[in-house]
Design a protein around this ligand. Structure first.
Ligand SMILES: Nc1ncnc2c1ncn2[C@@H]1O[C@H](COP(=O)(O)OP(=O)(O)OP(=O)(O)O)[C@@H](O)[C@H]1O
Length: 310
């Protein structure tokens, strides 16, 4: 069963169409929802939670219709909102226990789960201090903990790395990956920082002005654009010589400046062909490295080239 499914989902505000006939299916694992500011990510999340009604079209979350089963969905789903919304004068521990009870857990179970999830997100003794004194990174962890306290089947994380410095961002992304891989909870995580999602996501959905630009496995993004950068030495025209030999061998190879050649990876034999031809030509292999385009490049190419939704 799809975790999330939308059909013709549209949301119009008086001045703007935030979602425009969105058809997308999201499964288990970690899915990155990418888009520039204003692309419609937060609007999609709020509709999926049953907090904001769609203008037209439909959506289901874990098989439940968002239009009629918002309450049921919110019991099964954890939500980490984008903006700072934590009360300053309450401790993380008290807040998460309270929200656990609001999600239906008895007091004792809420306390036990709170202790577990705060440990998982890396909040130790400070959990008993008022949240007002926390750093941004600690506040983000509290927001993540409250999304997990009721043991949801799916979590919706809206810009969890917002406002974090690089080290805190890495820690948060590690947590997101662990939620998906180790705890088996489906994750939909949004970001406008495209590069970070390829590290943690199994699947990437790209939104552009409320429309679906692309939805595919992360490996497909990388695989479809994978190439090798090869550097050879031994004679002045070494690069040219190897480039021609690679083309003669049926590979797509092109000069990449000086003694550098870029070769498209055709299959698992490509590296062996490069190595053998270099040896046959009596050249020295200086380096052979992966040259993946990043999701960011694919996104840019897509927008510039007007790629049709898939
Ligand atoms: N309540 C609202 N009333 C009017 N317009 C809104 C409302 N909420 C969102 N919008 C508009 O809808 C569009 C999509 O906004 P949304 O917040 O979903 O984008 P986003 O991709 O989450 O961007 P961000 O990362 O900046 O939050 C934007 O143009 C925004 O200004």
């Amino acid at each position: 069963m799809a975790v999330i499914e939308t059909a013709g989902l549209t949301k119009t505000y008086p001045r703007v169409t935030a979602l425009d006939h969105l058809d997308v299916t999201i499964g288990d694992g970690v899915t990155g929802l990418v888009g520039a500011n204003g692309a419609g990510k937060s609007t999609l999340i709020k509709i999926l939670l049953g907090l904001v009604p769609a203008t037209s079209g439909s959506a289901t979350v874990l098989g439940h219709d968002v239009a009629t089963a918002g309450g049921r969905i919110r019991a099964l789903v954890g939500y980490m909102p984008e903006h700072d919304c934590l009360p300053a004068d309450v401790s993380a521990s008290d807040l998460v226990v309270h929200l656990g009870q609001m999600s239906g857990l008895p007091y004792a179970a809420a306390r036990e789960r709170t202790s577990d999830v705060l440990r998982h997100v890396g909040l130790a003794e400070e959990r008993y201090r008022p949240i007002g004194g926390y750093s941004t990174g600690m506040k983000q962890r509290v927001k993540l903990a409250q999304a997990l306290v009721h043991d949801p089947r799916l979590v919706l994380l809206d810009e969890p790395t917002n406002g974090l410095d690089p080290a805190a961002r890495d820690d948060m992304l590690d947590l997101v990956r662990r939620i998906g891989r180790e705890f088996g909870i489906a994750v939909l995580v949004t970001s406008h920082l495209l590069g970070e999602l390829e590290r943690v996501s199994d699947h990437v959905v790209i939104l552009d002005s409320g429309r679906l630009l692309r939805s595919s496995a992360t490996t497909e993004f990388l695989h479809s654009t994978g190439s090798l950068l090869v550097e050879v030495q031994g004679r002045p025209d070494a690069g040219k010589l190897l480039g021609q030999a690679l083309v003669d061998a049926g590979l797509a190879a092109r000069p990449a400046g000086g003694a550098l050649i870029e070769v498209d990876v055709r299959d698992e034999t490509t590296r062996d062909v490069v190595r053998d031809l270099t040896v046959d030509l009596g050249l020295g292999l200086v380096r052979m490295q992966e040259r993946h385009h990043r999701i960011e490049d694919v996104f840019r190419e897509g927008v510039a080239g007007g790629v049709q939704p898939v």
